[in-house]
Each structure stands twice: as structure tokens, then as C-alpha cells.
Design a protein around this ligand. Structure first.
Ligand SMILES: Cc1cc2nc3c(=O)[nH]c(=O)nc-3n(C[C@H](O)[C@H](O)[C@H](O)COP(=O)(O)OP(=O)(O)OC[C@H]3O[C@@H](n4cnc5c(N)ncnc54)[C@H](O)[C@@H]3O)c2cc1C
Length: 325
């Protein structure tokens, strides 16, 4: 039996804590809050099943992309491409099993065999984009997931179905940290009648982290910088770390091996992001127009698999009639 301290009870921390606890290890979870509070888009591509199931609030098949106010591409899939999950409920149900130490005091970690850092973006040793999202009620509910690019800035607005009649709408741009103001202006322009139920902001990691050892999830830099997807990579890193610790295998070696595809896909997105942000507006427009014309690249983007293998899978899906437009 291992004595394990997990710092941060988000996706990665609560999942590895739960897995270790169920396998008979002694786990203590340290977090600054007693319940998960971080805002999210709550979207996961429909290609991953976690060891403890989450509640699906909405299945998304329809997507639309806007470029500088113009609708440039839409697509409908025959089966759900993305899922809106109840992320907080999922995390809190895993945390409920664990011994939790809550507060801002620095934890005493001398008596543990293993200490895992799963503080998400909060080590703050990497570049981040400041994002804000609202959960809101609307009368004219549209089941499409929308991504809207404004080429003056690097980032996007999103509109995701969060449940029947509910939307999760957010904004995050590299050049403007005031995502709350940008989002509220966007809502006023885009919607006539809406009621905001919750508004919250948080950073998303987009840059290389200073340190990976002993870390899982976003703390380790496991976020796709073009999409902001971090739930699935964090969960996968927790599963790999659990496998290593439970079988007494070397943790870092197992994490490096098991995460190699995700990490190389993150690197490809980092290159594309750097290319985009260093381009002028007309170049950005040209790049996005080309990208948004390709149903194969869009499909690969929706599952964050912009590498040779991923693009091949997208070609196969489209060839076999996976989309209906
Ligand atoms: C607005 C927004 C929208 C997003 N949308 C999506 C999306 O739709 N799909 C997707 O896949 N990803 C999305 N992400 C990214 C995703 O939320 C994260 O990548 C993912 O939650 C990372 O999981 P994690 O366990 O590594 O860290 P987190 O979920 O960030 O959890 C970190 C935990 O550490 C705790 N903590 C912080 N500081 C300390 C400390 N000093 N000591 C102890 N504990 C601490 C926090 O309270 C928190 O519980 C979004 C992020 C944001 C901000």
C-alpha cells in the first residue's frame, strides 16, 4: 500500500485519487476549495470513456464556424461527435470518496511515498490565455456548437449546447486578457433574449511548462493549445499514472511512453498557434479560410488529432459517410 498525496482535485487529481483509493492505497487530496469550482466548456470528444462514468448533458452532432462575423462552414455528423458532460458532478463524486485537506496552507508532504501535482494551470509556470464563460438560458435554443474566430485576435468565442435550452458561451484571446468584457459585448451583439445563470473565468495553459516531473493533467501541460481541450488528456494521464504506481513501475517513464501521441499532437498545435499569432490579419484570414474549407482537417481538429494518423482516420470517417453535409 502506498501513501499518496495528490495536490489539486480537478480532473486528473480526483480521478487518480479515486483509482488509487479503490485499489487499496492511502490517498490524501489537497485542494484550496472543498468542491470543484473551475469553469469549463464541459466538452469532450466522443472517443474516450473514463473509468468512472460521467453524466452526459447533451450530445452534439452539428457544428458551425464563423470567421470575422461570416458563417464560413457547417457540418452535421450522423452520430454524436462531442459530448457536453456534467464535469463538476463527476469530479465531486470522485472526490467524495477521498480524505480531503482543504485550504490555502502549504501542505506538509514529508510522510508520503508519492506526491503528485495536479493543480491544473495554477502552477502558472507557462503561458496562459484568460477565458470567461457563462451558462445561460435562451428562448431560441440552437443545438449547434459554434466556434467564432476574430482575426484581429488569437483565440475564439464559443457557443456550446449545455442542456436543453441552456448554452455555455465563452471567450478567450491571447492579446486581450479582459475576456469577461469581450464576452459580455459578444452576448449583447449575438443574442436578443438570454438570462445569465453563472459567469466565471479561469486561465487555460497554452505554453510549455517549466517542469513535468511528478505532475499530471494540465499541470504537466496536457492541453491542446488550439482548442483548449484538457479534460480527456488530464484523465488519460491520471489513468497512466495510476497504472504505473499500482504496478510499481517507474512513473515518469510510463507517463512519457503513454502520453507520446497526445504530446506530439499538442506540439503540432503549438507550432500552428505560433504561426497564426505571428501572422498579420490578412494572412490569418487566408489561413483560416483554407483550414475551414477542409472537412477532413475540421474533423481532425474536432478530435484534436491533427497528425498523420488522425487525418487518415478523419478521411476514413468521411469516406464511409460519417457526415451528412
Ligand atoms: C473557461 C474554460 C473552458 C474550458 N473548456 C474545456 C472544454 O470544453 N473541454 C476540455 O476538455 N477542456 C476545457 N478546458 C480545459 C480544462 O478545464 C482543463 O484542462 C482540465 O480541467 C484540467 O484538469 P486538471 O485536473 O489538470 O486541472 P483542473 O481541472 O484545473 O483542477 C485543478 C485543481 O487544483 C486546485 N488547485 C489550484 N491551486 C491549488 C493549490 N495551490 N493547492 C491545491 N489545489 C489547488 C483547483 O482548485 C482545482 O480543483 C477549459 C478551461 C477553461 C478555463
Amino acid at each position: 500500500m502506498l501513501r499518496v498525496a495528490v495536490i489539486g482535485g480537478g480532473v486528473g487529481g480526483s480521478l487518480i485519487g479515486s483509482l488509487l483509493h479503490d485499489a487499496g492505497h492511502d490517498v490524501t487530496l489537497f485542494d484550496i476549495k472543498d468542491k470543484y469550482f473551475k469553469p469549463c466548456g464541459d466538452i469532450v470528444p466522443n472517443v474516450y470513456r473514463p473509468p468512472f462514468p460521467w453524466r452526459v448533458e447533451y450530445e452534439i452532432k452539428d457544428f458551425a464556424f464563423y470567421l470575422d462575423g461570416e458563417r464560413v462552414y457547417d457540418v452535421s455528423y450522423r452520430s454524436p461527435k462531442w459530448l457536453t458532460i456534467n464535469k463538476s458532478e463527476w469530479i465531486n463524486s470522485m472526490r467524495a470518496k477521498l480524505r480531503q485537506m482543504v485550504g490555502n496552507e502549504k501542505p506538509k508532504l514529508d510522510n508520503y511515498d508519492v506526491v503528485l501535482d495536479s493543480r491544473g494551470p495554477y502552477p502558472m509556470d507557462r503561458e496562459v490565455v484568460y477565458t470567461t464563460r457563462v451558462i445561460m438560458k435562451v428562448e431560441n435554443f440552437n443545438p449547434e456548437a459554434i466556434l467564432e474566430f476574430n482575426t484581429r485576435l488569437t483565440g475564439f468565442y464559443w457557443i456550446f449546447p449545455a442542456g436543453e435550452g441552456l448554452l455555455n458561451v465563452g471567450a478567450g484571446f491571447l492579446e486581450d486578457k479582459n475576456s469577461r468584457k469581450l464576452l459580455l459585448e459578444y452576448l449583447r451583439e449575438r443574442f436578443t433574449k438570454y438570462e445569465i445563470l453563472d459567469i466565471r473565468g479561469a486561465p487555460i495553459s497554452i505554453g510549455k511548462v517549466a517542469k513535468k516531473e511528478g505532475r499530471i493533467g494540465e499541470a504537466r501541460g496536457l492541453v491542446f493549445p488550439l482548442s483548449g481541450e484538457g479534460i480527456r488528456p488530464s484523465a488519460i494521464s491520471a489513468e497512466i499514472a495510476f497504472g504505473a504506481l499500482n504496478k510499481g513501475k517507474p512513473l515518469e517513464q510510463e507517463l512519457r511512453k503513454g502520453l507520446s501521441t497526445i504530446e506530439s499532437r499538442i506540439s503540432i498545435q503549438s507550432l500552428l498557434l505560433n504561426w497564426y499569432r505571428s501572422s498579420n490579419i490578412s494572412m490569418r484570414r487566408t489561413m483560416l479560410r483554407h483550414f475551414l474549407k477542409s472537412e477532413i482537417l475540421i474533423d481532425a481538429f474536432l478530435e484534436d488529432k491533427l497528425d498523420f494518423q488522425g487525418i487518415k482516420e478523419s478521411m476514413e470517417l468521411i469516406k464511409s459517410g460519417g457526415i451528412s453535409t
